[in-house]
Design a binder for this molecule. Structure first.
Ligand code: 48F
Length: 261
């Protein structure tokens, strides 16, 4: 027989609310907010948190990982082209070489290890929260994001109107995948032109994504597939090497910018 400690409903509720609010108080102001918890966002958050940067990941779903669980066509094998398999080595994800320089791993294994690595590094995660708008400061520099609970976005306006809340940060990273949701918010305000991503061409896309990862607008860094949308680059389909390397690069760029602020 197992005898559990006598903690009831009220203690459980207080534990959840108390700890959540402690984090929320602190992360109302972060060094970096990463929007989107897919492979690029998680790599960016991991890289920053490892350097001691206060990093908050805002993710609209109740899970993390984005497209990294499934390798395409509902099949859960993920592919990675060299040299990105070195990141799988660092994450201790097993893989096989399927053809020269092309590696295959199990999506759930790779994705869960990456999530754990970002959390182990100290990145904080806010789930079920959607980016609703952007905070702009002097000279229209990005200074944070406006968020609302994901379920609020599905409520009919005539039923209720729930104001969002604002979070401040020194930098924001748009890692929202094809949507490039933060970049699109700037476009909506006429501050940036967004060409949208081009047709599939993996051998060109991966190199270009890494090359273009960086500050797309003052205070806003773009990573992962959002880079293709922001710069009109070809899409790449189901391969993830450049997502991981782009996320790592976004962390390096953000860290450098933080030193200069
Ligand atoms: O789509 P996603 O995995 O983006 P990524 O890191 O990787 C792309 C690949 O998965 C794949 C590909 C290349 O391999 O073509 O698509 O660039 O993860 C994006 C995350 O952002 C969240 C979304 O739920 C997902 O977890 N997200 C998207 N829009 C918002 C958001 C938003 N407005 N607010 C908060 N989270």
């Amino acid at each position: 027989m197992v005898a559990f400690e006598p903690a009831g409903e009220k203690e459980i509720t207080r534990a959840i609310v108390g700890e959540f609010m402690k984090d929320f108080q602190k992360y109302a102001e972060s060094d970096v907010i990463v929007v989107g918890g897919g492979p690029s966002g998680l790599m960016a958050a991991k890289g920053l948190a490892e350097r001691g940067v206060n990093t908050l990941v805002v993710e609209r779903n109740n899970y993390l990982g984005g497209g990294f669980w499934i390798g395409g066509f509902l099949l859960n094998k993920v592919t990675i082209r060299a040299p990105a398999q070195k990141i799988l080595d660092e994450l201790r994800v097993p893989y096989i070489e399927s053809s020269k320089g092309l590696y295959v791993a199990d999506g759930p294994h790779a994705c869960s290890r990456l999530i754990a690595a970002a959390c182990d590094a100290g990145a904080k995660i806010l789930n079920m929260a959607l980016i609703d708008d952007i905070v702009l400061r002097e000279k229209n520099r990005v200074g944070g994001v406006v968020i609302n609970w994901t379920p609020v976005s599905t409520l009919p306006r005539e039923l209720t109107c729930v104001d969002p809340v604002g979070l401040e940060s020194k930098l924001v990273i748009d890692a929202t995948g094809h949507d490039a949701a933060v970049v699109r918010l700037l476009e909506r305000r006429g501050l940036i032109r967004v060409p949208g991503y081009g047709a599939m061409w993996v051998e060109r896309s991966e190199d270009l994504v890494v090359e273009h990862t960086g500050e797309v607008y003052p205070g806003l860094i773009v990573a992962g597939m959002a880079v293709t949308t922001a710069y009109g680059l070809p899409r790449m389909g189901p391969t993830f090497g450049s997502m991981l390397i782009s996320g790592r690069r976004a962390a390096e760029v953000a860290y450098q910018k933080l030193q200069e602020l």
